[in-house]
Design a protein around this ligand. Sequence first.
Ligand code: HXC
Length: 522
Amino acid sequence: MTLRPEITKLRELREKALLGGGKEAIDAQHSKGKLTARERIELLADPNSIVEFDMFVQHRATEFGMDKRVALGDGVVTVFCRVGGRPVVTIAQDFTFLGGSLGELHAAKIVKAIQYALSTGVPIVFLNDSGGARIQEGVDALKGYGDIFYWNVQASGVVPQIAVIAGPCAGGAVYSPALMDFIIMVRKTSFMFITGPRVVKAAVGEEVDEFQLGGAEVHAYRSGMAHLIAEDDKDAISLIKKLLTYLPSNNMEDPPRVDTGDDPERRDYELDNLVPEDPNKPYDMYEVINRVVDLGTFFEIHRFWARNAIVGFARLNGYVVGIVANQPAYLAGVLDIDASDKIARFVRFCDAFNIPIITFVDVPGYLPGTKQEHGGIIRHGAKVLYAYSEAVVPKLTVIVRKAYGGAYIAMGSKHLGGDFVVAWPTAEIAVMGPEGAAEIIWRKELEKAKTPEERDELLKKFTKEYRDRIANPYVAAARGYIDAVIEPNETRPTLIKMLNYLLSKREVRVRVPPRKHGNMPV
Ligand code: HXC
């Protein structure tokens, strides 16, 4: 049977669209160690699940020879697809056409994709690989960015938004990923900055290359912009797939529960001796987390940034939970500016998407010093208080060891609406550490010591007295600030039982006048 010419034409057009900016540009993309937009989507999507839209969109610019440089699709591929059986809207910029630069129609495609995701309640995956605003299109390109930012904000808290930086991302272009929930950066091939090395040199005299300025390591370790770091494009796609398994499709749904096969009654007796006898000795909070949650399910976010705090997703009896913890093995688990930002942002994400929060506490307080004070630790620390107080998802807290001062209150305490707060017998809940407290309370007695040895002896005695009388879990338990004191080995079964009861939690709130939104100290 001969094909009708209309169908032949359609097939030819499709073939052309698949080539994006052409064979040569595709080869150049591969030679940089990058996949093309379509190859990335193919890797992400379940077989036979892709429906592409706007394949024939073209820009309408005419200036600077643009009338002669046209590609079907205009440098971005937008699709519905399934990932692990669940629908996802995916946007992939095509660097092979004009460097994936963003013009009016390129932006309109992205906006349409976000709107589809919003109207159907499915997550957005945005694979960024672009030279930024299409220079030839001027203000139309800027308008396009403005529209995308606006729609990223409309989608915020409604559907999960995951950005991958898989190439350049410069200038205002960085703000779409910044407005989304998670950023994955690809090592060696991606960078992200507001102003590039040339402008940096001219403006402030610093000499840096793109990667020193905004490579994956910089954003994963120092700025905290990158939540996850991928070795290459393929690895980035695997990370997206994994991340999606912990997320609901939208804020009206719960994350999917899966049977992990781990016994909900499993007790881990190693936990009983994990906390060292000496309260000043560190131990590794990852041990606690990994032994309590369903085995092998902890998926850490922001692993390399603000390592004194730990956040990530895990499963408890198959249910997705958000884990927040202090890490005594790094800076003693202190809360500083970055740790506060890290925790507050994660708590708010969990709350927006119906993910219960499990907090493991071992915190000596907020970090003192001019650097922190002048950097605004008050404002940043307040975010943690705000986020926990605002969150209405089930909040379960385990006080493992230190819970001192304001940081005790901040870390998911009863006072900020913690639903179930338990302490291990090793917990020390007080205004400050027992030794510091003894130095203040018994200052006069200590001054009377005749030798340093005698002073040390006295201090030891007073410290013990403070610990026995105040810095233990039983004083708080006597007031009901702690719901239970449990053996460490009981942590998993206890949390699982209580989580089951709390899954039907409905927030009982004090009546407050209606408001648009609060004024979080951002
Ligand atoms: C139009 C662009 C472009 C852009 C790249 N191209 N960026 N075309 N507008 N913004 C084109 C190149 O001219 C080239 O076209 C092709 O894409 C591939 O680019 P190369 O330079 O050959 O690739 P590479 O060496 O990998 O370098 C990539 C790059 C570089 C680092 C992104 O192209 C670059 O610096 N581009 C300019 C980046 C920039 O200043 N953008 C504006 C940012 S400000 P040919 O013809 O060779 O195929 C911004 C404001 C947004 O985005 C504000 C929103 C509020």
